[in-house]
Design a protein around this ligand. Structure first.
Ligand code: NIG
Ligand code: FE
Length: 417
């Protein structure tokens, strides 16, 4: 199957080269082609350019049937990449949320056995099949809002058996979903109650049992740790990351959400692909991140939902850093995987220009997923993952029109969904 989208008002993130990410001032640069076409063949992007160059292509050479779509008045975007989610979970936690409204903090709810431990209990009682079904629904909804690639973490198991159960669900999603999926082992999401008085013993369990078993079944691409005040210390994090790396798992970690915890420094030291959350990021952390291979990733949905301070996105970009924006879709701090909303929040809450927010939700999150070679931009040879918007005058509507679904049609691997 081939698809030719013609008369595109603007083709967004049309990047001839395969780049890694955009950083600093470069984040204000967004390649856009006015009055453009996009041609996909099979599951890949074959060609794109201004309409006046379409006649140069010999369409007769394409062996497959071509579906022609007229996108007059509409934009075409590469699908969003969401590099941080926890979408395998059992049920929601709206009852706890009422405690939050009444004034309890995230940490206080966690201390009462709520929060992540509550989700772990529910996950334990839920079958693999039911978990798969629930996660599938979430993926479908995310795709309908324009997402084409997703990282999914474990971390609601907190026992060897249940962590493996979660990761097997993620593997099945990988095998069956048209979205590109990466699996992240987050055994160190919280300390289970049984280890409350001896968290190091739980860290030992992760190191000596979970990581080797996860690797033996090849169930994860990455390793994650919630390295923060009230969760895991830097020292514990280092021990777990070292073992993960030994077993081929590159770190992508939760850091600096609750405090200047040293998590960013640990992440960079172990060459993490990303450090995520970053509400507490100062000059020292920015200096450590500069020139590293680690993508600073902000999760606006979680900051919004929990009423936290905003990570200093502008300061980070001024300091020359790239910034990525992901959803953090999870039952406790962000029950939404809507990347259009994340993009708009980037502008509304973090004062990111539309160009910056689009880079932050496409190419920069593609890097933070480890998939910048295959997704995140309209580039020849990349996966044909894209969406056509509803009629739109300018790309700035993406920053402005929050809350509505601006996607009219979406395509993954060259197929209409
Ligand atoms: O990324 N910060 C840690 N973990 C999740 C929250 C998970 C939960 O509350 O269930 C997050 O926000
Ligand atoms: Fe998270």
């Amino acid at each position: 199957m081939a698809i030719l989208v013609k008369n595109i008002k603007q083709l967004v993130q049309a990047e001839p080269k395969k780049i890694k990410f955009r950083a600093g001032k470069e984040m204000q640069h967004l390649p856009v082609i006015d009055n453009a076409y996009l041609l996909t063949v099979g599951d890949k992007i074959k060609d794109f350019g201004p309409m006046e160059e379409l006649s140069k292509i010999d369409l007769n050479k394409i062996k497959e049937p071509i579906e022609v779509i007229d996108a007059s008045g509409r934009m075409v975007f590469p699908s969003f990449c969401d590099s941080h989610t926890h979408i395998v979970y059992a049920g929601s936690r709206e009852v706890e949320y009422i405690d939050k409204i009444k004034g309890l903090s995230y940490e206080e709810i966690a201390k009462r056995g709520g929060g992540i431990l509550n989700s772990a209990k529910r996950l334990h009682e839920t079958s693999e099949e039911a978990l798969y079904e629930q996660a599938w629904q979430r993926l479908e909804e995310m795709a309908s809002y324009g997402t084409g690639a997703v990282e999914i973490k474990s971390g609601y198991g907190l026992s060897t058996e249940d962590e493996l159960k979660m990761l097997r669900v993620i593997r099945r999603l990988k095998e069956t979903s048209p979205l590109t999926i990466k699996a992240n082992f987050l055994g160190a999401h919280a300390v289970p109650l049984a280890y409350k008085n001896n968290p190091d013993e739980y860290v030992d369990l992760i190191i000596n049992e979970m990581i080797p078993m996860v690797a033996a079944e090849d169930l994860a691409d990455y390793i994650d740790v919630f390295c923060d005040k009230g969760f895991f210390t830097c020292e514990q994090t280092e021990r777990m990351l070292m073992q993960g790396i030994k077993y081929g798992l590159r770190p992508k970690i939760h850091a600096n959400e609750m405090a200047c915890s040293g998590g960013i420094q640990v992440g960079v030291k172990y060459n993490a692909l990303s450090v995520d959350h970053l509400e507490y990021t100062g000059d020292e952390e920015i200096a450590v991140l500069r020139g590293s291979e680690t993508m600073p990733t902000i999760l606006p949905g979680a900051a919004f939902f929990l009423g936290m301070v905003c990570a200093p996105a502008r300061k980070m970009m001024k300091g020359g850093l790239p910034v990525a924006l992901a959803s953090d879709y999870n039952p406790g701090s962000c029950p939404s995987g809507n990347m259009q909303l994340v993009l708009a929040m980037g502008s509304i809450m973090y004062k990111m220009l539309t160009e910056e927010a689009i880079n932050a939700t496409t190419i920069n999150t593609a890097y933070a997923l480890g998939e910048h070679e295959t997704v995140g931009s309209i580039t020849k040879g990349k996966r044909a993952n894209f969406f056509i918007t509803k009629p739109m005058d300018t790309i700035y509507y993406m920053s402005y029109g929050f809350g509505s679904n601006k996607v009219e049609q979406y395509f993954l691997n060259g197929k209409r969904q």
